[in-house]
Design a protein around this ligand. Structure first.
Ligand code: ATP
Ligand code: SF4
Ligand code: MG
Length: 352
């Protein structure tokens, strides 16, 4: 039986208008999220993780040109009016960010902030709203929840504020929670507690979750499927267990090699040489080629093939490992990189 995806993203492309030229931050992302699924999105800083979801939810500034399609339960989100998106944001899809202090109002009591979300998304006010705010704060593990509703954000620790953010995100009973680096600003113990809390809530509520992180280790234990992103493209998508046992893409193998061992002595980490190219300075061919120890001539000139391994697993590479040879041979027919893939476009070139 095929499950209808909750989110179906096709060819999501984002260009930023920089005045004299336009840079492409996303190059046609295809991605599905199933109902209730925990999906990880991993990649180094600047790879396009946040832009993907900000674009999907209409949260990018006006100079962003967005093309492609993102459907939520079959409803198109790209190009629709802000009013329609207001009905989706917070209610159907909620997002939490790395730094709660930038999202919480410092001069408003916690209870009022959660209450506002409850009023907006579920029409709950008065005693019913207050009772539900207390229940949510209790659900995210804050002791003496009813009393803490009177606190201001500065009266709580960073970890507690992140729990408040999660409570606010849950206020609309969303079908999908986008957690964008939700624990990066927290110390390791609190980070583990928050990730455990997100897992519990997801299991209890049946909502889907996209966990965004630059740290493959954080994602590993908390999701079922992982998308690895590099320079505005998904380079590998695989079940979490497969990704760790049989990483197909050289970049995924680089990320894995850079993870500290969970047990045994801490060895020097094998960092991937070089850094992610800027969107306006992408190399021709495969964007990872300058850092890839396995690059061949074609990698420097041609766009690598996007090889479907199974319905839910893909790899974007000329030379993937753990992929059937015949399948790779079939997909590696040379395709010249087309103008739409060029890293920096003159304004006239994208007018079509
Ligand atoms: N508002 C914007 N205007 C212009 N360029 C932008 C804007 N937002 C993001 N970008 C560019 O798009 C690319 C992808 O950015 P994004 O924020 O999605 O990266 P990320 O993978 O989330 O990185 P990080 O791990 O640092 O959060 C980057 O090169 C970034 O500079
Ligand atoms: S396409 Fe070539 S350069 Fe790119 S990751 Fe694969 S082997 Fe490396
Ligand atoms: Mg980001």
């Amino acid at each position: 039986m095929t499950i209808t995806p909750l989110v179906q993203m096709r060819g999501l492309t984002v260009d930023f208008d920089q005045g004299r030229h336009v840079t492409r931050a996303l190059h046609g992302i295809d991605l599905d999220v199933a109902p209730g699924e925990a999906l990880g999105l991993v990649g180094e800083s600047g790879s396009g993780k946040s832009v993907t979801w900000l674009a999907a939810l209409g949260l990018l500034p006006g100079r962003a040109r967005i093309r492609g399609s993102v459907k939520l339960d079959g409803m198109e989100l790209i190009g629709v009016a802000g009013r329609q998106l207001d009905a989706v944001r917070g209610r159907r899809v909620a997002m939490i960010f790395q730094d709660p202090s930038s999202s919480l109002n410092p001069v408003m009591r916690i209870g009022r902030q959660i209450g506002e979300a409850l009023r907006l998304h579920r029409g709950l006010t008065g005693a019913a709203g207050e009772a539900e705010a207390g229940r949510l704060l209790d659900r995210v593990g804050i002791a003496n929840a009813r009393r803490r509703l009177q606190d201001y954000p500065h009266e709580m620790s960073g970890g507690m504020n992140q729990r408040v953010m999660i409570a606010m995100a849950l206020a609309g009973e969303p079908d999908l929670l986008i957690a964008d680096e939700p624990t990066t600003a927290l110390d390791a113990t609190v980070q583990a507690q928050i990730l455990r809390l997100l897992q519990e809530i997801r299991r209890d509520s049946g909502m889907a979750m996209v966990l965004i992180s630059h740290d493959l280790g954080v994602v590993a234990e908390n999701v079922e499927r992982v998308c690895v992103m590099y320079a505005g493209r998904l380079v590998e998508t695989a079940a979490a267990a497969h990704l760790f046992e049989r990483p197909r893409h050289p970049y995924t193998r680089g990320l894995l090699a850079a993870l500290p061992a969970l047990d045994g002595p801490r060895e020097r980490l094998a960092a991937i040489p070089g850094s992610v190219p800027e969107p306006w300075n992408l190399p021709a061919g495969c964007a990872f080629a300058p850092r890839c120890g396995e690059a061949e001539t074609a990698c420097h000139h041609m766009a690598p093939p996007d090889i479907p391994i199974t319905g839910h697993e893909r790899v974007l590479c000329f030379r993937p490992r753990y992929a059937p040879e015949a399948l790779v041979a079939h997909h590696r027919q040379p395709q010249p990189a087309n103008v739409a893939d060029m890293p920096v476009l003159r304004r006239t070139e994208i007018s079509a």
